[in-house]
Design a protein around this ligand. Structure first.
Ligand SMILES: [Zn+2]
Length: 136
């Protein structure tokens, strides 16, 4: 098997772009549908229910806004002809991965690598640090 993934076909790109456009439409729709709850009385319980609902809705709204931003960023890559390329190694991200995660910016190899890196805790002993610097 070749180590390099193949470039996406025009048809595959079209499929992924439509997926992103659908997702964008869906999350902008959700954001508009959210109305902040108004407390109906001066009752303390009602007030706290409204507060709870509002903070929940705001979180939801923020998440949607972040998601919309990510989708737009991915759509921009279509214009630049960079969609589907891994941010890290520049190799093509596999179509199957993009189909599952159209906003993926790293191929599965780099993704796993960076997740391992995030979880890694470096011991702080000076000798260990010295060993590391030899490889850098
Ligand atoms: Zn990569």
């Amino acid at each position: 098997m070749s180590a390099l993934n193949r470039a996406l076909s025009a048809k595959q790109l079209e499929t992924l772009k439509n997926k992103l456009l659908d997702a964008l439409e869906e999350c902008s729709g959700n954001t508009e549908a959210i109305q902040l709850a108004e407390p109906e009385g001066t009752d303390e319980t009602e007030q706290s229910i409204a507060d709870y609902t509002n903070s929940h809705n705001l979180r939801f709204k923020n998440r949607n806004a972040i998601l919309a931003k990510k989708i737009k960023k991915s759509l921009k890559k279509f214009e630049l002809g960079e969609y589907g390329l891994c941010n890290e190694c520049g190799d093509w991200i596999r179509f199957e991965r993009l189909l599952a995660r159209p906003m993926a910016e790293e191929c599965i190899v780099c993704k796993e690598e960076s997740e391992r890196g995030e979880n890694r805790q470096l011991p702080s002993s000076p000798s260990f640090q010295a060993n590391i610097s030899m490889f850098n």
